[in-house]
Design a protein around this ligand. Sequence first.
Ligand SMILES: [Zn+2]
Ligand SMILES: [Zn+2]
Length: 147
Amino acid sequence: MRQRNDTLAAARSRLESKQARLTPARRLVIETLDGSSGPQSAADIAVTIAGAIPMSSLYRTLTVLEETEVIERFPDQTGIARYELAEWLTGHHHHMTCITCGATSDVAVPGDLEATVIDIVSQVGRRFDFEVTGHRLDLQGVCSQCR
Ligand SMILES: [Zn+2]
Ligand SMILES: [Zn+2]
């Protein structure tokens, strides 16, 4: 089981390898994303941290963490940038996005189903002479709240 201290230690060494420091603001954003059930927008993070970081500083913090690959920007159809900890920190997972309310949650796919996904993705790669090194699988649909 992954521990928060491991995540922070791994993030700290990544930042240091890029000549950056784990500042209190960066630490708070990492902890907030670590405790989230899905990708978060800057506005979501601002609500969670209740103004602990001024908005302009929060945007700069997100930029640094994205540039150092501690966090990833989640491709979102709504045009709102959402962020999550990079997969090398959190492990491989997929997403489910509700097309009605926009709620996005992480999904850890069970191993047998993940094997099926990898098989399909590899077959597609072979057909187009493409060496697959990874994949993202984001499901769109309507969540139980919105149905
Ligand atoms: Zn919904
Ligand atoms: Zn997968």
